[in-house]
Design a protein. Sequence first.
Length: 220
Amino acid sequence: MPPENSEYAQYMRTDELLALQRTPEEWIHPDELLFQITHQSTELWLKLAIAQVLRAAERVAAGQPGQAELLVQRACTALRLITGQLEILRHLTPADFARLRPALGNGSGAESPGWQGLRRGGRELGRAFEVRLAATGDTLAGLYRGDPSGDFYRLAESLVELDERIALWRTEHYKIATRIIGHAVLGTHGTPVDALAKLITHKLYPRLWAVRTELTEAAR
C-alpha cells in the first residue's frame, strides 16, 4: 500500500476526504456509510457541474457558443453519473432506513448546496443565452429552423439536455424514495414524498421546450 503521506494522498487530500463520514462509533446503523457517501459524492459532482455551467455562461457572453456547448456537455455527464449512482440506494431496505433516519434530523435534500447552486448557475446560463440570441436578431423558432450543426443550435440543444438530465435525476430519486419509504408519507423536513413527483415536470429552460410545440403546431 502507498504511504499515507504519498504525493497522491496529499494532492487528493484523501485523509480529509475519508474523514468526512461518520465513524462506526457514531453510527445509528451501518448503512449510514452507504447513505452519506452517495450524497457526499453527489455534492462533489454537482460542484463540478456548477463550475462548468458558470464557465459556459462566460463563454456565451464572450460569443463562443461552441466552447460553451462543450462545457455544458460536461455538466450533463456529471448529472448522468449522479443519476446512475442512485442505483446503490436500492440496496437500502425500508427497515434499515427507518433505523438510520433519526441521524438525518430535519435535514432535507432540498437544502443541498449543490442543487441550489446548479439552479442559480443554470439560470445565469439561460440569461446569457437569451441575451446572445437577442443580439443575433434571431428568434428561437428561427434558430430551430436553421442548421442543426451550427454552434448556437448545438448550444441550445445542450441546454435542453441539461434540463432533461435534471428531470431524469428527479425521476429516479422519486422512484428510489417511494421504494424505500413509500407513498403518501412525509419525507425528511416534513415534505410529502409525492411532492417530489411534481418537480419532475419543472423546466429550467421553458422557452426551449415551448418552441418545439410552436414548430409542431406551425407545421399542421
